[in-house]
Ligand binder design. Structure first.
Ligand code: FAD
Length: 483
């Protein structure tokens, strides 16, 4: 038998859609965010047959709107949640050393001892970074992967973050965490790794109703409804989980980032970590990204009511982020310098607490009355462990013969895009080869998939509008070629 390829495209979707409707699958996964993709990989690598259905596109939901950090769980220590902190540190270790070192780099995070940062905030921040290093040590992550935290001089601080206001600056504390090249890229890569183990990854297929032994699904492209028979079903639909399982109570919390030109901040090489006014546990981060951008986030706002298809940042959130950043830099960033903004909804499990910032970030894995498993909450960083727990539970309650999880030692596939290629857009550096690769290998079907989820050109509206016609043309030609 030939080894399945990791390539996802319209031709494979057509074949896999027919097979999904005709053959019973061991595990049916609902949702193609990081959690669902992780579940598909965990199950497929244990030797189970897997079908994943995603209503829109891979990483369409929360997973593409994160801060893109693979973090060691320090923030959970602040709320006394030691178990989640340790779990995060262990998962970060596995991701940075074994699973995805090609998708994650160490990122310096600088807490500036600026005039706007009080002595209490400096001491608390520095102590926290010290504790974070203990978590690193406990997880056995070498210093070569994540350097030790250290105090730096004002000169080093302004070299790392040139926009810092040097008046009254007393240096800062520098620590390190993991940064993803991109969150949506992680999702597509996990999904492709699952596909290489035979998983059927079907985008534009919506689950209409779930049972313990399958689902009614709809092909969104044709409107056709069909049944998928399965030995077990895992609901990994994030903030939408409650729409498929009434017993699940999700409490969405909106987190917003703004996108700035790195040049407006002197092209920083470390992230700025700025305490909220009057707080010793909450921060605004200014995080350097690819393509000359910096994202500044994030907020934490209760978002009750109907879950929107795509959450929208609000004016007050954008003002808050600018105000926080401007407290520590020389030349304030104006509203008209904000190049873009995006918001995601945290899929928090409703625990009845007052503020969403206090709701546990640990994941929930539960069996519904109908017999399917729901996996919810957690973080991008902990997706692997969430997936392992979900597949363990599904195997137990549905009697599947599954090997133990293997993903802790399984490296994700590479992204071999030819580097010599026509540049479609000088400002972003977007190439024809990237667009073709997205359609041939990463399952993109539309120009929006390419601009918003395979590359992140779409984070800035002006870049997106400029690139759209060229990308549409390449997508159309490549789709015709793939068949
Ligand atoms: C602002 C913000 C910043 C964050 N930053 C970080 C960070 O830096 N590091 C970190 O580790 N974590 C971070 N997180 C947390 C992390 O992003 C989320 O926990 C994670 O992305 C959730 O992934 P998911 O797969 O569970 O949900 P989603 O990504 O939302 O995926 C659910 C999928 O299910 C699909 N779906 C819904 N209904 C159906 C249906 N009926 N049929 C088929 N498919 C369906 C949706 O289209 C969607 O693609 C952040 C979260 C937010 C909001």
């Amino acid at each position: 038998m030939s080894t399945p390829s990791s390539a996802l495209n319209v031709a494979r979707r057509r074949t896999d859609l027919t097979l999904a409707a005709d053959e019973r699958t061991d595990v049916l996964v609902i949702g193609g965010g990081i959690t669902g993709a992780g579940v598909a990989l965990d199950a497929a690598s244990r030797g189970l047959s897997v079908t994943l259905i995603e209503a829109e596109d891979l990483a369409f939901g929360t997973s593409r709107f994160s801060s893109k950090l693979v973090h060691g769980g320090l923030r959970y220590l602040a709320t006394g949640d030691v178990a989640t902190a340790k779990e995060s540190a262990r998962e970060r270790h596995l991701l940075m050393t074994t699973i995805a070192p090609h998708l994650i780099r160490p990122l310096g995070q600088l807490l500036p001892f600026s005039r706007g940062v009080t002595l209490r905030q400096r001491v608390a921040g520095a102590a926290g970074m010290g504790l974070g290093d203990l978590l690193r040590m406990r997880a056995h992550t070498p210093r070569a992967v994540l350097p030790a935290p250290r105090i730096v001089s004002a000169r080093v601080a302004t070299r790392l973050a040139p926009a810092l206001d040097s008046r009254g600056l007393r240096g800062g504390m520098l620590s390190y965490d993991g940064q993803l090249v991109d969150d949506a890229r992680l999702v597509a890569t996990v999904a492709r790794t699952a596909a290489a183990r035979g998983a059927r990854i079907l985008t534009r297929v919506r689950a209409v109703a779930l049972r313990g032994d399958g689902a009614t699904a709809e092909d969104v492209l044709t409107g056709e409804r069909f049944e998928i028979a399965a030995r077990s079903v895992i609901n990994a639909t994030g903030v939408w989980a409650g729409s498929l399982d009434e017993a699940i109570r999700v409490r969405p919390s909106r987190g917003t980032h703004i996108v700035l030109d790195a040049a407006d901040l002197g092209s920083p090489t470390a992230a700025l970590t700025i305490p909220h006014e009057g707080s010793i546990s909450r921060y605004v981060f200014a995080l350097p990204q690819a393509h000359g951008r910096v994202i500044v986030g994030l907020t934490d706002e209760d978002a009750p009511g109907a879950v929107p298809r795509v959450a929208q940042p609000t004016g007050p959130e954008i003002e808050f982020l600018l105000r926080s950043l401007n407290r520590v830099i020389t030349t304030p960033i104006r509203r008209d310098q904000v190049r873009g903004a995006f918001a995601g909804l945290r899929p928090l499990v409703d625990s009845g607490s007052d503020a969403t910032a206090d709701v546990s970030r640990r994941h929930l894995v539960a069996v519904s009355d109908a017999g399917f498993v729901t996996v919810l909450g957690g973080k991008l960083t902990t997706y692997r462990r969430m997936a392992e727990d979900a597949v363990d539970l599904a195997s137990e309650v549905r009697g599947l013969q599954a090997a133990p999880s293997r993903t802790a030692a399984l490296r994700l596939v590479d992204r071999d895009v030819p580097t010599m290629s026509e540049v479609l857009d000088d400002a972003t550096g977007l190439t024809r080869a990237e667009v073709e690769f997205a359609v041939r290998v990463e399952g993109a079907v539309t120009a929006e998939d390419v601009l918003d989820r395979r590359t992140r050109v779409g984070l800035v509206d002006a870049d997106r509008d400029r690139c759209l016609p060229a990308v549409e043309a390449v997508v159309a030609r490549t789709l015709a070629d793939v068949g």
